[in-house]
Design a protein around this ligand. Structure first.
Ligand code: CIR
Length: 271
């Protein structure tokens, strides 16, 4: 039984952090509608969606993925890399504890955003992006909390998070954004021995639309954002070959304006 945790949209969302100061202003009506579409699609694909209330003091609180990393029955509570976002973690930690997860808390000097954590399907390896938000101390603490996993730090040279540039489509396929960030990560991962074990090689696929390289994987279901025909056709073909069902969500334009991706709007809780 897969559940998902989501968080409401703050009325202050238009003040969310953005990497490009010139990004267009947020249209709140559109943002509410897009989040509603996201949550309603999730509800059709998982057994239960648990919705935590927004905190208007934290404009970015809808990006719940950054607050915690759930691995099996363990929940690692982040220490978010952007000072203005610190404090978003506590209500999520309370909810996860209430759901029976065992909590571990990352402590300074560690900083980590969940968007930098890619759990590789079918593997005990976890990639942690060393980015503007996440540091080596977080990799070390995560490894201590997860002794039966191999936690590897990988440099993220461009973009916000690791998962802004790469996500997994299945246990053998990685989707990279076809840009500097994605190309750089692909090259780096190709050079790492544990990513090239005999009998378990990863296929690297470059997705023309960077937004579409961030997919939400829910068992046999894959969710992508619409907006680029070439990427839609590419993913459609790959999903068909792999027996996966592709769902296309109307583009989350208002979330993209503040560097949000699909995965960042939920935390998936495995059965
Ligand atoms: C931030 O800069 O923290 C937010 N505006 C965007 C966070 C997106 N999170 C994610 O992709 N995991």
């Amino acid at each position: 039984m897969v559940k998902a945790l989501v968080r409401g949209l703050a009325s202050s969302f238009e003040h969310a952090i953005k990497m490009a100061p010139s990004a267009e202003p947020i249209i709140m009506g559109q943002a509410y509608k897009q989040q509603e579409q996201y949550v309603s699609l999730l509800k059709s694909l998982v057994d239960q969606v648990i919705e935590l209330p927004a905190d208007n003091k934290h404009p970015d609180c809808c990006f719940i993925e950054d607050t915690a990393v759930v691995v099996g029955k363990s929940a690692i509570i982040a220490h978010i890399g952007a000072a203005a976002r610190q404090g978003e973690e506590a209500p999520v930690a309370d909810a996860l504890q209430g759901l029976g997860f065992t909590l571990s808390h990352l402590k300074p000097p560690a900083t980590l955003d969940g968007g930098d954590v890619l759990q590789l399907p079918g593997s005990s390896a976890i990639l942690v992006g060393l980015s503007k938000r996440t540091n080596q101390a977080a990799v070390q603490q995560m490894q201590q909390f997860l002794p039966s996993h191999q936690v590897h730090g990988v440099q993220v040279a461009a973009g916000l998070h690791l998962k802004s540039a790469v996500t997994a489509l299945d246990a053998a396929t990685l989707l990279f954004s076809d840009n500097v960030a994605g190309r750089g990560l692909s090259q780096l991962l190709q050079s790492l021995p544990f990513m090239n074990l005999p009998g378990h090689e990863w296929q690297h696929v470059f997705v023309p639309d960077p937004v579409a390289a961030n997919v939400l994987l829910l068992g046999k279901h894959v969710v992508m954002q619409e907006g680029c025909q070439e990427s839609e056709q590419l993913l459609q073909g790959m999903c068909e070959q792999r027996g996966l069902v592709l769902h296309k969500l109307p583009r989350m334009t208002e979330f993209i304006k503040v560097d949000g991706a699909l995965t960042c709007c939920s935390i998936l809780l495995p059965s």
